[in-house]
Structure formats: C-alpha cells, structure tokens
Design a binder for this molecule. Structure first.
Ligand code: ADP
Ligand code: ADP
Length: 229
C-alpha cells in the first residue's frame, strides 16, 4: 500500500513560492489501478514523482508498504526505486539506441543484463519483430509499448504512468490501455495513472483522486459497469 499523510510540496522559484501539493491524504491499495485526474498545473506530476522519491515532500509522510520514504538512506531509496517502473507521455526513449537497447537499459544499469529477458518482455508487448529498429521507425503506440517493456523488465510491483496515452491517437491509445489492464491482471502490478483525460481514467481505474490546485478535492470509486471489457 502507498499512503500519503498530509503531504505538501512547495517549490521556490525566483523568490516566490509555488504550492504544488497542499496537505494531500491518499491510500492506494496493493494491486489497485489508481487514477489521479486534474488540470494542467494541479500537481499531478509532482504527486507521481514523489512516489519514486524523485521529489521529496516539504511536509508530511509518504509510505510504501509501511516504510516512510523520508527515512531511507540514499542506497535504500535506490533500492525502493528498483521496485517502481515509470512510463511517460513522451515515452522518454533514447533515440540513438535500438528498441532492444532501450528495453535492456534498466538491466545494464543494475549490471544484470540478460538478453533472454529482453526477448521475453519484447514478446509480451508484441514487438518481437522490432527489436533492432530505432524509435524513430516506430508509431507512437509502439514507442509507448517500448516504454512499458523497459519499465516492466525489472518486474516492478508498482507502475507509475504519467499521461500514458495523451500523445496517442484513438487505436494506439486503446492498445496501450488494454496492455496496462493486462499487466495489472497478469502480475497484480499496482498502478498509479495520472491523466487529464476522464475517459482513460474511467476505463482503467478502480478509484481516482481529483486534484485541484494541489488539493485532493474528492476520491471516487469507479463503477465497474462503466468499464469496457
Ligand atoms: P501537473 O502535472 O498537474 O501539470 P505539476 O505537478 O507539474 O502539475 O505542477 C504543479 C505546480 O508546481 C505548477 O504550478 C508548476 O508550475 C509547479 N512546479 C512543478 N515542478 C516545479 C519545479 N521543479 N520548480 C518550480 N515549480 C514547479
Ligand atoms: P516469465 O517468462 O517470467 O514467466 P511471463 O511470460 O509471465 O514471464 O511474462 C512475460 C513478461 O512480462 C516477462 O518477460 C517479464 O518481463 C514481464 N513480467 C513477468 N512477471 C512480471 C511481474 N510480476 N511484473 C511485471 N512484469 C512481469
């Protein structure tokens, strides 16, 4: 379980303070697909980046499985991050590296490179024929599937998704949505999905928090009946 207890985050910028998150309380259950919806600037990315300690709270506590992230040493924080995958609106692929190289990157960084694992996860996202392609040779949907494969290769228990379909058109967006759902069903991966698209949130998430100016104004359970198979 991921919990936020009275979490605030402010940035100082040219001498002025911006409050990105304001006393946020959240409980995200294991295996859940949790949405965070809000307009641009409402604090969604800040919230997501705090879960993998890319940002630290100015106030309050964030816990994963009971462990307060602020209490971790740098080494423990790096360890915690290994259990968390992240995918991005603009995919964040390395454009001078092949699909295989992009997907293998987390393993190379951990010094646990294994070509067989790259092959398996590539097959899982149905891109086996594209391993030696470069990202520029792929469609947007394929690029995002590479991003997902790169995130999955370390078998994280938590997957953070920052606007995962916002750069994609209808069919590609739908394919990525279906893939995320399949990952949750197969592996029980806990997902936190940030988006400004109500439709994506409705189709994918079990519950969603609505952020406005850094505050959670409401947390809604999403009716399963609204979700398509
Ligand atoms: P969203 O993802 O909903 O668009 P963000 O979390 O990116 O929102 O931003 C929330 C607020 O915090 C915005 O006002 C933004 O300008 C500000 N902000 C975000 N990151 C930084 C930063 N690194 N430095 C200063 N201000 C920031
Ligand atoms: P395996 O070959 O390990 O049995 P599966 O066929 O079940 O894997 O899954 C296919 C791919 O999905 C694997 O190559 C792996 O990268 C990824 N995967 C497997 N288990 C998990 C997990 N628990 N979380 C995330 N991804 C996983």
């Amino acid at each position: 379980m991921i919990t936020f207890e009275q979490v605030s985050k402010s940035y100082s910028h040219d001498g002025t303070f911006v409050t990105a998150l304001d006393h946020v309380d959240l409980k995200i259950q294991e295996h859940e697909i949790f949405g965070v919806i809000g307009e641009s600037g409402s604090g969604k990315s800040t919230l997501l980046r705090m879960i993998n300690t890319l940002e630290l709270p100015s106030q309050g506590q964030i816990k994963i499985a009971g462990t307060d992230l602020m209490q971790l040493s740098d080494a423990q924080r790096r360890q915690s991050r290994k259990n968390i995958g992240m995918i991005f609106q603009q995919f964040n692929l390395l454009y001078n590296q092949t699909v295989n190289e992009n997907i293998g990157l987390p393993l190379r960084l951990n010094k646990t490179y294994d070509q067989q694992k790259v092959r398996e996860v590539l097959e899982f996202v149905r891109l086996s024929d594209k391993g030696n392609h470069y990202p520029r040779q792929l469609s947007g949907g394929e690029k995002q599937r590479v991003g997902i494969a790169r995130a999955l290769i370390t078998k994280p228990e938590i997957l953070l998704c920052d606007e995962p379909t916002s750069a994609l058109d209808g069919q590609n967006a739908y394919d990525v949505l279906a893939l995320l759902r399949r990952i949750n069903e197969m592996f029980g991966t806990t997902m936190v999905i940030v988006s400004h698209e109500l439709n994506l949130i409705k189709q994918l998430c079990n519950r969603t928090a609505i952020l406005e100016h850094g505050k959670v104004i409401e947390t809604l359970a999403i009716q399963k009946a609204q979700q398509q198979p």
